[in-house]
Ligand binder design. Sequence first.
Ligand SMILES: [Fe+2]
Ligand SMILES: [Fe+2]
Length: 306
Amino acid sequence: MAIDMDVMLAKIKDRQWALADIDWDAPGAEFITDEQRPQLKAFMADLCWIENIGARGFAALAKKAPTPTIAEIYRYFHAEEQRHANAELALMKRWGMLDDGEMPEPNVNIRLAMDWLDRFADGMSLAVLGTVIPMLEVALDGALLKFLLEEVSDPVCHQVFEKINNDESRHLAVDFEVLDMIGNAKTRKLAIDFVGSVASPGLIIGTIMYVPLLNRVRNEIVAMGLKPERLYKAVQRFSTLGERGQHTRRVPTYRVLKRHAGWVTNPRHPYHLVANSMVWMSDRYPKQLLSPIPSWFNELTHEPAA
Ligand SMILES: [Fe+2]
Ligand SMILES: [Fe+2]
């Protein structure tokens, strides 16, 4: 099922879109009820920040890409994730959730994730980044937006989602193809990469930031009245897509994340006790230890420019 990356790159270039393609004043915004608004606002804020985490992840991947074509693809994906964030900001604006100049607040787990990316992502190997990013994409980026469609009947939201979803399907295709390429490396190289990164503070801290982030999102989904099984299914897709690859199973990081996915998707697993206490602890994380919100975030905009 190998993908021709040159064909993929051409397709990506061909399918670029802009916020200006969407009529943000079209009717339908009134479908959002006052009752929905607070939970939906928190959820949209997270969504928008998760896109930014994805964008930052692709920027790091572009530096590690196995071929120049794939590097170019990752640079497009970086821009696409930022576009998704902007589109979600525009939806929030449309729904009256943002005052002029207001930006959604990232929760503490998102801020920890961004700190991690800024500090460690560029130092991670392709084997680690190339496994972690696909997991983020199946479980959070892309997947979460789908849940919205059940809650929100605004046709503009559905229109935006269709565009984002088409981008995401290409992200996943490339993500899992590269994961399979990684698995095709010599066993010795896989082992060295794995041992080298497992012991690294970057990966340990990364785990500490990822576990509560995922559980916080789960709690938010439940608060919106959705079943947590929806998230579990999204996480499970990581294994389903991974198993399709011929060599993916050989990637040690993949096997670790697959096992983790098994815990996450079993609500009775003691893992959830640990993960939820980590959410609790991160809420008490001293705010002054967090790095300031990165300045590039001010460049994001809901304005429908190209
Ligand atoms: Fe995205
Ligand atoms: Fe994505």
